[in-house]
Ligand binder design. Structure first.
Ligand code: UT7
Length: 345
């Protein structure tokens, strides 16, 4: 297979620098036993095939915007800022088809009239969004950007489908990025990103969009996520391997230079396969999938936040973020972990 190289390089003047990090999980946890009690599955299957023991699920009154606001407030507190000039919300589960959810989030954050928009790139949404934010900062269009990954995956998963229901969880993570210098600690390096729509139906919700509008459909199953798990798994390993190598090389790093690989938490076996193929020791690949499941666009900022809080990320480490998801989409970028950043959850 030929992989096209798609790498963005920030100008020397304006890089996007990480100054705040926050995350939020809804309080209710659902264990594997809950699925085993009502579906043809077992705790052991879910633990060994996916690596998940529990996930957090939002209550019916909580929408993606609520999760996003909680994470964003923590990121702003972490950054010690009261204002950002742009809000980008990466999500596959907006509150409504119309309008976008980001303006509502900005409103609840008390940010008056700032540009705010949703970005849909599946599980790659957060790294896509940091790449867009870096571009806006580089161009001088924005100075300080809130980038949020938030999902209420439980809203789009069929609770009776054993092949998807145990996998996904709800949650949100957010970062504040501000104008900085290329190469300084916290500054995002060049991003590598891409997509392949040939596999659009590998993870998708068949009905409810413009292709099959709600009024023309009546099967509730088709309003939930359908996933060709095995096909996604194979592509995920290959693409994450490749995009990790691309982003490392664009940063001038070898694979051995990567101190921490923060990889999308889709399946513990995917992360292990990537680490194994690239020769990255497992202790350099933090994970939280056991306790949060696959939270789609929230996965990377949640893992960043949890890893920072439990001491797995420290100042000076070379960190590479890599994601893969529906679309297919994939994206990766790098940074040297800054000192003094206190993640809040
Ligand atoms: O975040 C976006 C990207 N998403 C991903 O990256 C997800 C990637 N895919 C995966 O993580 C895995 O493919 C799954 C966890 C979804 C499935 O694991 P797998 O090892 O690829 O299993 P499979 O789909 O090849 O299915 C193997 C068997 C099948 O039974 P048969 O046909 O062999 O009799 C499935 O029906 O496992 C069965 N199965 C289950 N059995 C018990 C599928 N789900 C379950 C389950 N419990 N929950």
């Amino acid at each position: 297979m030929i992989f096209a190289r798609k790498t963005t390089t920030p100008s020397p003047a304006h890089a996007a620098r990480l100054i705040g990090l926050g995350s939020y999980l809804p309080p209710q946890k659902v264990s594997n036993a809950d699925f085993a009690s009502r579906l043809d599955t077992t705790d052991e299957w879910i633990r060994t095939r996916i690596g998940i023991a529990e996930r957090h699920i939002a209550d019916p009154a909580t929408a993606t915007s609520n999760l996003a606001v909680e994470a964003a407030l923590r990121a702003m507190k972490s950054a010690e800022v009261e204002h950002v000039d742009t809000v980008i919300l990466a999500t596959a589960t907006p509150d409504h088809h119309v309008p976008g959810t980001a303006p509502l989030v900005a409103h609840h954050l008390g940010l008056r009239q700032v540009p705010a928009f949703d970005l849909g790139a599946g599980c790659s949404g957060f790294v896509y969004a940091t790449t867009v934010a870096a571009g806006l900062i580089h161009a001088g269009t924005a100075n300080t950007v809130m980038v949020i990954g938030a999902e209420k995956m439980s809203a789009v998963i069929d609770p009776a489908d054993r092949s998807t229901a145990p996998i996904f969880g709800d949650g949100a993570g957010a970062v504040v990025l501000t104008a900085g210098r290329v190469g300084e600690p916290g500054a995002l390096g060049p991003a590598s990103w891409g997509s392949d729509g040939e596999h659009a139906d590998a993870i998708y919700i068949p009905d409810g969009g413009s292709r099959r509008p709600p009024r023309t459909t009546d099967d509730p199953k088709n309003r939930h996520v359908h996933m060709k798990g095995n096909e996604v798994f194979r592509h995920a390993v290959r693409r994450i391997n490749h995009v990790t190598q691309e982003a490392a090389s664009a940063a001038g790093w070898s694979i051995r230079d990567i101190d921490r690989l923060i990889v999308h938490q889709a399946n513990a076996r995917i992360s292990a396969a990537v680490a194994n193929t690239l020769g990255i020791p497992p202790e350099r690949v933090p994970s939280n999938i056991t306790h949060v499941g696959n939270t789609s666009a929230a996965s990377i900022p949640l893992l960043l936040s949890h890893s920072a809080i439990n001491g797995e990320l420290s100042a000076g480490q070379r960190v590479l973020l890599a994601s893969f998801g529906a679309g297919f989409t994939w994206a990766a970028t790098t940074l040297v972990w800054p000192s003094g950043l206190q993640a809040l959850t």
